[in-house]
Design a protein around this ligand. Structure first.
Ligand SMILES: [Zn+2]
Length: 413
């Protein structure tokens, strides 16, 4: 029996009431930040108070204690980076030209094809470790850089292997419609995916199918098809929509039972109210918006309408090589005019719900997995000190997995 007690915190972030699957609209503001402690026993949260008898004692004086952060939209595992492309983008070279020069999603597919499994996993494990040190205790993996059935299956297998090698909780999404592979029409590619779906999904424990709906990728008819494939197999539907242009994909996604619609920079004003009512999360990706010079999603309007607001890094080598959820929270607060509490809800309980894990993670409640982060300041400093790493200690499953150099004193002698 192992036990860990956090005592003397200036703030412990607690949900408005236990058992909530998510916090709609501005309900994040009903979370509380009172002084206190947390006790973990055998990997789960045992009590919302400290226990002087616990084996491991964590001194949280002056600190905020949050549930572990959840990154529900990443493209791990991928191979290599595309820094030269970013420089071109900044200089004003259009994406179509970058793609013509061999860049874009196809260049990531090429790098993935050329890199041995061990090297892909090495890069992904390094990034997962970087995320852990920034407070991320659960994250999503996606396929989508294969662009052939064999390569997509290999990427799903690599995602499965990655999940077995990291301390974090994980979920795997098959991004079956990312870019249209050469030699296929969009319809032909979806025919091929549909015919091979059982074989593809046998490579990993997949919980959702995803698609990229954009003029350079797939259309709303493809979204419906992927939705039908997901429903057929009891998987969730997720979709990259309204990133670069407005295609009115949100009503299609909601009608097909989507768990989330992600990006939304160009979402139609009429569809904001729909997301305010639907049980479909609005996953906003402000670091992708900034680095890709996109419009800001209507984050304030979405929360005011009652949407399930979520934030994620979109970690990928093209549009968002970003691992830090604290940084994403800071961008969201400024860009969407959210409160620090709303941003906190969006990277904890609400993000866990998107991954289907909010009954076991995403908030500090007795019985949930003992994933927590201890910050060097009150929560309000996270968005305010943009770019600063606020994470001193990370606990996963009741075990200390990261201590920031200089913060060893919090664990005693
Ligand atoms: Zn993405």
């Amino acid at each position: 029996m192992s036990s860990l007690s956090v005592h003397g915190a200036a703030q412990v972030l607690l949900p408005p009431e236990p058992g909530l699957p998510y916090l709609r609209g501005d309900a994040g503001n009903r979370m509380t930040l009172a002084p206190g402690g947390v006790t973990c026993r055998d990997g789960v949260i045992a009590a919302l108070e400290d226990d002087p008898g616990a084996e491991v004692q964590v001194d949280a004086s002056g600190a905020a204690v949050l549930p572990g952060l959840v990154d529900c939209h990443t493209h791990l595992p991928f191979a290599g980076w595309r820094a030269e492309e970013y420089a071109m983008k900044v200089a004003g070279v259009p994406y179509a030209e970058i793609a013509r020069l061999g860049g874009g999603i196809r260049s990531s597919a090429r790098m993935l094809a050329e890199m041995p499994d061990g090297d892909v996993l090495g890069q992904a494990r390094g990034l997962a470790d970087e995320m852990l040190r920034l407070g991320t205790t659960a994250f999503e993996c996606k396929s989508g850089y294969g662009l052939s059935l064999d390569a997509e299956r290999r990427q799903l297998g690599l995602a499965e292997a990655l999940c077995g090698h990291v301390p974090q909780a994980t979920a795997i999404t098959a991004l079956v419609a990312h870019a249209v592979p050469e030699g296929f029409t969009p319809g032909e590619w979806l025919d091929a995916v549909e015919g091979a779906l059982d074989h593809l999904l046998s490579a990993a424990m997949v919980t959702a199918l995803d698609c990229f709906i954009e003029s350079v990728a797939f259309d709303n008819a493809a979204l419906e098809r992927v939705g039908a494939m997901a429903a057929d197999r009891g998987l969730w539907l997720r979709a990259h929509v309204e990133q670069l242009g407005c295609h009115r994909s949100v009503p299609v996604a909601v009608a097909n039972g989507a768990r989330s619609v992600d990006h939304l920079s160009m979402v139609h004003a009429d569809d904001v109210a729909l997301l305010g009512r639907a049980e479909c999360a609005a996953v906003l990706l402000p670091s992708a918006e900034v680095l890709n010079d996109e419009h800001a999603a209507p984050g304030r309007a979405l929360l005011d309408a009652g949407a399930i607001g979520v934030l994620a890094t979109d970690l990928n080598p093209g549009t968002s090589p970003v691992t830090s959820l604290p940084l994403v929270m800071g961008l969201a607060v400024r860009r969407y005019r959210w409160t620090a509490l709303e941003a906190a809800a969006a990277v904890t309980l609400n993000a866990a719900w998107v991954m289907g894990q909010s009954s076991a993670a995403g908030s500090l409640e007795p019985g949930k997995r003992a994933d927590l982060v201890i910050l060097d300041a009150p929560l309000e400093h996270v968005p305010y000190r943009l770019g600063h790493d606020p994470v001193e200690i990370v606990v996963v499953g009741g075990r200390v997995v990261h201590v920031r150099p200089g913060s060893e004193w919090r664990l005693g002698g």
